[in-house]
Design a binder for this molecule. Sequence first.
Ligand code: GLU
Ligand code: ZN
Length: 500
Amino acid sequence: MIDNAEVRTRIAPSPTGLFHFGSARTALFNWLFAKKHDGRFILRIEDTDRERSTEEYELDAEGALSWLGLGWDEGPETPDLYGPYRQSERLPIYERFAKKMVEDGFAYYCYCTQEELDKERKELEEKKLPPKYSGRCRNLSKEDADKCKAEGRKPAIRFKVPENKTIKWKDLIHGPMEFDSNLIGDFVIVKPNGDPIFLISNIVDDAEMKISHVVRGDDHLANTPKQLMLADAMNLPVPEYGHLPMILNPDRTKMSKRKNPTSITHDFRDEGYLPEAVINFMAFLGWTPARSASSTADAGGPKINKEFFTLDELVGEFDFSQVGKSPAVFDVEKLNFYNGYYIRQMELGELAKRCLPYMEKASLVKKEDEKLLDVIGLVQERMKKLSEAPALTEFFFKKPEYDAELLIAKKSTKEITLKALEESYKVLTEEVDFTRDSIEQLLRAMAENIGVSAGEVLWPIRVALSGKAASPGTFELISFFGKNETLERIKTAIDMLNSK
Ligand code: GLU
Ligand code: ZN
């Protein structure tokens, strides 16, 4: 049983790049778990890699989490409880722990140079042995150490991996796990320049920040046994660990920028995905609700095939016991499906407001007005991303450009199309009532009169007005454009067909 009072989870991004979709999913699962158990969710910035970490990327991570609605209870800018929460502000803590391990005989100074280590590794490779540090500096005499120091060598600190130990933990997702310590070579915990390696700063902080559950990607599986040994040597409490399945491209390669959107702020937010949709989509990458029909967890219970979840609903449903072990595939079509759903659910005024920046950027509109509301209302049904708004609505603002061939409906002919357009032009010229329903009656009656199917009339008019194979319906477009603009565009279409 999980003691609610003690649940503390965290997301610990390294600000060395844009905050990635995979990290966001990890954040979501940790956030949900904390909320579910009335716990706390902590943001810790792992910026010990001084060359690669930037403030811009730290802000990007914070911006991404905020946009998704995954707020944190403790983090860099909150009052310190167990902080500071930025590792670059905690370096003396790691140094203290590392030195203590050396004093206690759990770690040692290693004076090997990179060249020496490379050479050693190569020799092992040639013998087809796995790369593993020889442990050469484990028992360096005082004289040898002094000699190295005199040569100006700066030592790294290495952890002395205990021999013949089986490292075990019960993973929240993988179940019981075991590693043989003999397969792990003594590893560096502090670099010669004094910077701690992730392995030590991460576990020290999890202990100091009283993290109860560490849930992270499968790419960290190999780090966990090392960190458990470190915790043992430092006498630190150990959190529960869980490792989430990787997210793959549809071709089952590791999810990458080349094949999928990856940056939350650049590829999702700025492209016009809605946070609700991203959250919903993300939740299903690895997780299956217990009561869904596809789950065997509760086969006897009511079958709920629920597909749309708000964050609050997810808090109620989510549990690590329903997170699978196998990799999840990122399907952008699915994401677009969710996004389209949330766009359709949105109140029109709100949607128009969110589309406005894209429309402004495309120089289609300058402010939120009636017309913007109307055109967005007409394309709301088909919009998958906010960034599509300009392309979907451009023809409302400018005369469309298209190929005359498009005017001819499937299975129709140029002659019939011309006739249909000319007759439409005629009846519309005489018409005064341009409301949707009366236009519909008018055109359907006309089609019947001239013995042409409704489709052969409505298709070319729609193309004449929109320039597109897919657009809002003919009657909606005519009543939106009104008499003059409709007639003008039909006239242009007739001329184009005639000169074809
Ligand atoms: N800074 C690590 C990363 O971004 C954190 C790993 C962890 O969650 O323990 O991968
Ligand atoms: Zn060495």
